[in-house]
Design a protein around this ligand. Structure first.
Ligand code: NDP
Length: 440
């Protein structure tokens, strides 16, 4: 049921939680569920998770049939299909290069897609919606780990500012519709994700899939395995070039993306390097042989957090099954000692040892939920992990002339942990699984 009077709704959220509960029924295996972006990494992971839990009434539409940018198409879809639950995982997504260069597309398409879906979900009585944002919504100099309350407390990272602004407007839209119309729309902000159906385009991909592909191609090159190189390019052409191109042209394109041979002094066998009983190394055993080198951007020192998309999808489904907007508000307002309380204005709350008395003008903010593993590592450590999972034996060259980006990005996941969810897939295990899938 949708509430009509905005101020009445705000009071209802604060004081009459049963009204919001009334608008919610828990998702069951027959519920009609729409996954927007079901072909993407997160959308397909959510789909797998739902199917594994027995959900059988899932609707999805391929982009060729249904462009979510088109308001009329979204309107007709919601009026016809009347989904009960919506996962909003459709978006224009990319790494640092795509974010920097496709600025207009990123802000326009994301705002358009999410506005259409959120608005028509509201108009068509969707019982619950989950909107996927991103950790880039936080200021570039936010204290670490980043708590939900740091939103809008400083300047954003320039490279992905348009994308971040779109995501912030999405979460604010969900929050505002909940406050004004009594909807039950939840926003989540996942950390860096990786998984099946990831984007391996060397121009637009995120760091982890880009490393997987570069090390894989590097391994093929050091093994002179041209069949695998051709197969890789046929499956995912680079700059319009597939595996049928001339080997010299292929080598040039690989070189452009930092995969190439360099001449380096190398011992013929690694045994010599690791020998414990020291024997003088014969100079004749040291040879000049070409080594495959992978060039990576920056110093490798920035620290990042990663989460497998299957874990992130599990968190999304968990929240859809167990947590309502009302619950988030209740937790934030009753935990008066909690620094991420939604009531940010000091004068709007009177703290008392046993209760929180809310001033009618108190504000509702920062109701989104971070999704992460809470664990971080350096980009250098990530590269070594992927190098080993792939089995690349060559060298890594760090290009210090290229930017590092933000030095540290770790989400504070206390809110999610308090709601009862924790990740299961370790980074090492996740990368190994994803690499097997990449090679299939
Ligand atoms: P993908 O690029 O893998 O998937 C995006 C999906 O959206 C695809 O199914 C794509 O369809 C669809 N889509 C894009 N534009 C349109 C359109 N105009 N009409 C219909 N469908 C469209 O992205 P992810 O799965 O990685 O990301 C999903 C969500 O998760 C995003 O909101 C993103 O911000 C968030 N997220 C992702 C992170 C990551 O590291 N990947 C990190 C944090 C958050 P098609 O394939 O046909 O183009």
């Amino acid at each position: 049921m949708l509430l009509s009077n905005p101020s009445e709704n705000l009071n209802n959220i604060s004081h009459q939680s049963s009204i919001i509960r009334h608008s919610t029924e828990y998702m069951n295996t027959n519920s009609k569920i729409y996954i927007a972006g079901h072909t993407g990494m997160m959308g397909s992971a959510i789909h797998r998770n739902l199917v594994s839990k027995g959900y059988s009434n899932i609707i999805a539409r391929p982009i060729e049939e249904f462009d979510l940018i088109c308001q009329q198409a979204v309107k007709e879809f919601f009026e016809k299909e009347k989904p009960e639950y919506v996962f909003l995982a459709a978006a224009r997504v990319g790494g640092i290069i795509a974010n920097s260069t496709l600025r207009a597309q990123f802000i326009y398409e994301n705002i358009q897609i999410q506005s259409n879906i959120i608005h028509y979900s509201y108009l068509n009585g969707v019982k619950k919606l989950l909107f996927l944002g991103s950790s880039c919504i936080y200021p570039k100099n936010a204290p670490q780990p980043m708590k939900e309350e740091y939103l809008l407390s400083g300047e954003l990272e320039y490279s992905n500012e348009p994308y971040a602004v779109a995501k912030i407007s999405g979460l604010k839209m969900c929050e505002s519709y909940n406050i004004q119309y009594g909807t039950n729309f939840i926003s989540v902000m996942p950390t860096n994700l990786y998984g099946y159906n990831d984007n391996y385009n060397l121009e637009t991909s995120h760091v982890l899939p880009a490393f997987i592909r570069k090390f894989h191609l590097g391994k093929c090159l050091e093994n002179n395995d041209w069949n695998s190189i051709k197969k890789d390019l046929n499956k995912r052409p680079v700059d319009g070039l597939d595996g049928n191109a001339d080997p010299d042209v292929i080598l040039k394109i690989l070189n452009k993306y930092g995969i190439g041979r360099s001449t380096s002094i190398r011992h013929p066998s690694p045994v010599v390097r690791h020998q414990r009983c020291i024997e003088p190394v014969e100079m004749s055993s040291v040879v000049n042989q070409p080594v495959v080198t992978i060039n990576l951007w920056g110093t490798g020192n920035p620290r990042r957090e990663f989460l497998h998309a299957d874990d992130a999808a599990d968190a999304c489904v968990y929240l859809m099954e167990n947590v309502d907007f009302k619950d988030i508000i209740e937790r934030q307002t009753t935990d008066y000692n909690h620094p991420s309380s939604v009531i940010r204005h000091p004068s709007s709350v009177i703290r008392h040892p046993s209760s929180v008395i809310r001033h009618p003008s108190s504000v509702i903010r920062n109701t989104h939920i971070n999704i992460g593993s809470g664990q971080e590592l350096t980009i250098k450590e990530l590269a070594e992990l992927i190098k080993s999972a792939v089995g690349f034996k060559g060298e890594i060259h760090w290009d210090y002339t290229k930017p590092d980006g933000t030095f540290k990005k770790l989400l504070d996941i206390e809110k999610l942990s308090n709601l009862g969810w924790k990740h299961k897939i370790s980074l090492k295990e996740g990368i190994e699984k994803v690499y097997i899938n990449y090679c299939e």
